[in-house]
Design a protein around this ligand. Structure first.
Ligand SMILES: C[S@@+](CC[C@H](N)C(=O)[O-])C[C@H]1O[C@@H](n2cnc3c(N)ncnc32)[C@H](O)[C@@H]1O
Length: 382
């Protein structure tokens, strides 16, 4: 009896769907979905045609659709998406001025660190931004300071009203990425952000479309020794094979040029979790992700490689001998007593206090000049 009733119900639903004007809409939606999910190679040519070209020395043509998924495709299901959107709105809903100012202050501090440790002023250089991000903030900053900057990111980065870009993004990084990016743009979040950035940088206009290739950090399609400076901010913790990414960064920088980077160690107080994606929640108890009882309730917003600081140090020293590797413990006074209390209560004992108090790590390296023919980067080169 039950089966008969549900059978009749589904036949009736089928008829209603077929007769409904909505069926045409949903067929269009399905067709769009099929289109964006089609094999990347089907539109590789058009993607190549619409991709910005770079003055930089590409070793081989870039195949942007080579199956790269968005780095943040970790949170599955509608609940994850809703949580993420709420978090992003909370984080970016108001006046972005203070956040932009804080990000620039952080960037200037990193620039000071890179310049003071390597001796290379970041001006008039060919630069590469690895993992440039959706907002291209650092690219805009270094461009405004007289450098020629190329970016790469695993995600498609859409600038302005670029419908083809959104289709590429949907095909390559999924509809979730499109929803987040389009949502930010439709709500005017990005426009407000860029206005705040222009104010902070003291420039009248955005630098114009920036050159960003869809490319994986572990497989850079640039010839050896292409750039004077290579940097990567808040990216390395998301990469499954960071050793390869570091080797690539070291490969594409010129002798005398520099690599500088900053990343979030997994053992930090909120780990390397994307706070925005976690609903803006900094109210998670300290080191939740490392504590046996709490860790199962913490959801990663993206893949994390979970490397510990000594492992990072060994990786950097192996790839970039002589690099300056500095865990930032500026919050030590505040965090160390909290970490000690937890250790006294029997938690977090497998971690050093030094690791627990480091909220980020900064690294800078100057690639040795190998031969007398190596030109120093910057103004000297034609
Ligand atoms: C948290 S965002 C940081 C963006 C930007 N660097 C910033 O500081 O604003 C991390 C970025 O790294 C990119 N990413 C993650 N894994 C990558 C990989 N293997 N190759 C290139 N980019 C990657 C992501 O797509 C994302 O745009």
């Amino acid at each position: 009896m039950r089966a008969g009733r549900s059978g009749r119900l589904s036949m009736w639903l089928g008829r209603v769907r077929a007769e409904s004007p909505l069926s045409a809409v949903s067929e269009t939606t399905r067709a769009f979905y099929r289109f964006v999910r089609a094999e990347p190679s089907a539109c590789a040519d058009s993607k190549m045609a619409t991709m910005a070209t770079s003055a930089a020395n590409l070793k081989e043509p870039v195949d942007p659709g080579h199956g790269l998924r968005s780095y943040s495709s970790q949170l599955r299901g509608p609940a994850g998406l809703v949580r993420e959107v709420v978090g992003l709105l909370r984080a970016h809903g108001g006046d972005p001025g203070p956040a932009v100012a804080a990000t620039l202050e952080h960037l200037r501090a990193l620039e000071d660190f890179a310049v003071s440790t390597t001796g290379l002023p970041l001006f008039d250089l060919e630069m590469l931004d690895v993992g440039a991000g959706q907002r291209l903030m650092q690219m805009a900053y270094f461009t405004a300071h007289g450098n020629r900057v190329v970016g790469v990111d695993r995600d498609v980065i859409v600038q302005g009203l670029d419908v083809a870009g959104y289709v590429r993004m949907a095909r390559s990084n999924g509809l979730r990425r499109v929803a987040k990016t389009a949502g930010r743009k439709l709500l005017g979040v990005d426009a407000r952000y860029h206005a705040a950035l222009r104010r902070e940088l003291g420039v009248a206009a955005d630098p114009g479309p920036l050159v960003v290739h869809q490319m994986d950090a572990t497989e850079l399609a640039f010839a050896d020794e292409t750039f004077d400076a290579v940097y990567s901010l808040t990216v390395l913790q998301y990469i499954a094979d960071p050793a390869r990414a570091l080797a690539e960064m070291a490969r594409v920088v010129r002798p005398g040029g520099i690599v500088f980077t900053q990343f979030l160690p997994f053992t930090g107080v909120i780990g390397s979790f994307d706070v925005g994606a976690l609903g803006g929640s900094t109210s998670l108890p300290d080191w939740s992700h490392l504590r046996v009882q709490l860790a199962p309730h913490v959801r990663e917003a993206a893949y994390l490689n979970r490397l510990r600081i000594p492992e990072w140090r060994a990786l950097f020293e192996g790839t970039m001998p002589g690099c300056v590797f500095v865990p930032d413990d500026s919050r030590r006074e505040e965090l160390a007593p909290r970490a000690r209390r937890l250790q006294e209560a029997g938690e977090l004992r497998e971690y050093e206090i030094d690791e627990l108090v480091a909220s980020e790590v900064r690294v800078a390296w100057r690639k040795p000049i190998a031969t007398p023919d190596d030109e120093p980067p910057g103004r000297a080169r034609p």
